[in-house]
Each structure stands twice: as structure tokens, then as C-alpha cells.
Design a protein around this ligand. Structure first.
Ligand code: NAI
Ligand code: MG
Length: 337
């Protein structure tokens, strides 16, 4: 029995997380779900977006399965709880795999890219403020440390070795941001020497975007600082069929959190339209992390069958489909039998 903190989240969160829990439970793996609250839902209910009970649960389980949390744009709302959780539990590696699906038609059929995003520092360190009372000058500070860079870059190279990957590309902007990006690039170059079996490449971030949309096959594992990874992973999502398909793992040395790459999707909330695939695949990553490889493989095969058949899928994958979140979850459970 594994204890997991379950945070259903905001917007489409509860609807897709219910399907994910249903699918994971149907795989036969024994999970004891500890439901906890965070984000806008928690703020409205408890007056804080991150209640102590939620952190107490993660302190116990060291493992969270989380739906998307709404973070209001601009200065009036609370700071991102996603960023806060990643920093508090030092979940320094954000792993976001994007792979083409045989049944999902896109421009390319050979995309297979894993982004390893630094997840605790960079421009998301939270050092942002106005410099004048009139609020007409604002600044953000990007923090890059050798330790923070080293642990995520090592993670990327080890990930490449463990998963039979050939190449690690560091995407950076060290030509302009000579110290912060320069430090990250230096650590990547030093680290690459220690992994002679893995090919190493370096690309400037803007050119990387152009290369990625023109020929994604030249990328394998990518490692980069926080904000570049955030942006690039939505780009890779777009290459394989959209945000409804991409899971993410947030890995630290003694805690981990699994979620989709996408957000709370207010535009489709409450309409039974949200694709549960991304969070279900995040569940697969969580089960692999727990060593429950058999259950993980079973769920993965069922998701692949349903997505590739394209019949019981949500309209983001097949605009003709009348199938919703719940029906797709049911089809995945059915495919596991
Ligand atoms: P979003 O990812 O929620 O939505 C972008 C677009 O993708 C929308 O058109 C949405 O309908 C579509 N989409 C997203 N997930 C989908 C799914 N499962 N199935 C089908 N279509 C899907 O990004 P947006 O609108 O910029 O952000 C909304 C909120 O989510 C914001 O408050 C943001 O801060 C938060 N957010 C939270 C994240 C997290 O909790 N890890 C990650 C990203 C955003
Ligand atoms: Mg994002």
C-alpha cells in the first residue's frame, strides 16, 4: 500500500483527477489516497491557498498527485502554489516527455523529446518587486546557483543513460545573460564530460524554438532553466497533439509530485470536455517512480489503445467525437480488462 496526497485542484482539475484515480485504482495497484486542498479552491474554502494540513500530508507521504491550480495573473493574487510546492520540497527536476501518438495526426510523427526543466530557481525564484512607490519600475531577479544547476543537469544525463537516450541538449541564452545562463551552460559543459556515452549539444533558446518546429527529430533530452523549460514544454505539447496529452513529474531527493503540464483550463471547465490523458500519464510516471511497473505498463497500454483508436477520446483529439472526460476514462478502464 502506498500513501499518496491527492490534490484535485481547480477548474478542470477535479473532473480529470477523478478519472485518473478511477483508472489507477482499476489497475489493481493499492494506493491510499489522502485528499488535501490547494490553490483557488483552498483559498475560497480555508482562506489560504496552501493550508497547513496539505503540507502536513505531503510531509508524511512525500508523494503528491496533483490537478492544475489556478494562479491569477498580475499583482493582486497570491503567488503560484505550484512554484511554492516545488521550492518547499526541492523538486528540482521537472520531467516533461512529449512523444508522437500513432493515432493523433500532427505535422510530425517522430517527435520523442523529454524536457528536464530546472524547477526551483531561475526567474521563478520569486524575487520580484516594484522599485518605486508609483509602481512604474519593476524588476525580477533570476537566481542560478552551481548546486541548483548541477543537480538538474546530472539528473538529465542520468535520465538519458537510464532510458536509453542518445543525446542531451542544453538550451540557453548565455550570449546575452552571461552570468546566470553562462553559469548553467558552464555546468552543463563540465557535466557532459562525465557522461561520454551521451552525446552533448548546446543551442541558444530562440534558435532552439525555430529548430524544434522545423525538425523536432534533432532533439532527444533537453535540459534548461526554469522559464525556458516552462515555455518549451508547451511548444513540444503542441507538436504532438496538445496540452491534453503531456504529463510531468516534479522530482526531488526525498519527495515527488506528479501532475499534467497544462493548467486549469477555465475555458472548458464544467463541460465534460477536458482530456484526462495528461494526468493519467502523470499517474503512470508516478507508478513507475513507486516501482509499480506492471500497473504502470497496463495503464499506459490502455491509454495508447484508446487514444490511438480515436473513438472514445475528447474533442481536442477528435473534433467529431461526442465523447467526454468521463466516457474517455471509462473507455480506458474497459481497455485494461
Ligand atoms: P491551460 O493549460 O489551462 O489552457 C491552455 C489551453 O489548453 C486552453 O485552451 C485549454 O482549454 C486547453 N487545455 C488545457 N488542458 C486541457 C485538457 N486536459 N484537455 C483539453 N484541453 C486542454 O493554460 P491557461 O489558460 O494559460 O491557464 C489557466 C490557469 O492554469 C492559470 O491560472 C494558470 O496559472 C494555471 N496553470 C496551472 C498549472 C499547474 O497547476 N501546474 C500549469 C499551467 C497553468
Ligand atoms: Mg506552463
Amino acid at each position: 500500500m502506498h500513501a499518496v496526497t491527492l490534490i484535485k485542484g481547480d477548474g478542470i482539475g477535479p473532473s480529470i483527477m477523478d478519472e485518473a484515480v478511477k483508472v489507477i485504482d482499476a489497475s489493481g495497484v493499492k494506493i491510499q489516497w489522502e485528499e488535501a486542498f490547494a490553490g483557488l479552491a483552498a483559498f475560497e474554502q480555508f482562506g489560504t491557498p496552501l493550508p497547513d494540513e496539505t503540507m502536513a500530508s505531503i510531509d508524511r507521504t512525500r508523494l503528491a498527485f496533483k490537478g492544475p491550480l489556478t494562479t491569477v495573473v498580475g499583482g493582486s493574487g497570491f503567488r503560484s502554489i505550484n512554484v511554492a510546492l516545488r521550492q518547499k520540497y526541492e523538486l528540482y527536476a521537472n520531467v516533461r516527455p512529449a512523444k508522437s501518438w500513432a493515432g493523433v495526426k500532427t505535422r510530425y510523427d517522430d517527435v520523442d523529446i523529454v524536457i528536464v526543466r530546472e524547477n526551483t530557481e531561475g526567474l521563478y525564484a520569486g524575487l520580484e518587486h516594484y522599485l518605486t512607490p508609483k509602481k512604474d519600475i519593476a524588476e525580477s531577479l533570476a537566481v542560478v546557483t552551481r548546486t541548483g544547476s548541477q543537480r538538474v543537469i546530472d539528473y538529465a544525463f542520468k535520465y538519458a543513460q537510464d532510458n536509453n537516450r542518445k543525446k542531451v541538449t542544453v538550451c540557453h541564452k548565455a550570449n546575452i545573460l552571461k552570468f546566470t545562463q553562462g553559469l548553467f551552460l558552464d555546468v552543463a559543459r563540465e557535466t557532459a564530460v562525465r557522461y561520454p556515452d551521451i552525446q552533448f549539444d548546446e543551442k541558444i533558446i530562440d534558435a532552439s524554438c525555430m529548430h524544434m518546429v522545423m525538425d523536432p527529430s534533432q532533439f532527444d533530452v533537453i535540459v534548461c532553466t526554469n522559464m525556458f523549460g516552462d515555455i518549451l514544454s508547451d511548444l513540444t505539447a503542441g507538436l504532438v497533439g496538445g496540452l491534453g496529452l503531456i504529463p510531468g513529474a516534479n522530482i526531488g531527493n526525498d519527495a515527488a509530485l506528479f501532475e499534467a503540464v497544462h493548467g486549469s483550463a477555465p475555458d472548458i471547465t464544467g463541460k465534460n470536455l477536458a482530456n484526462p490523458t495528461a494526468v493519467i500519464m502523470a499517474g503512470v510516471m508516478m507508478l513507475d517512480h513507486l516501482g509499480e511497473h506492471e500497473a504502470a505498463a497496463k495503464i499506459k497500454a490502455a491509454v495508447e489503445k484508446v487514444v490511438n483508436e480515436g473513438k472514445f477520446v475528447t474533442p481536442d483529439l477528435n473534433p467529431q467525437s461526442k465523447c467526454g472526460t468521463i466516457e474517455m476514462g471509462n473507455a480506458i478502464v474497459e481497455a485494461m480488462k
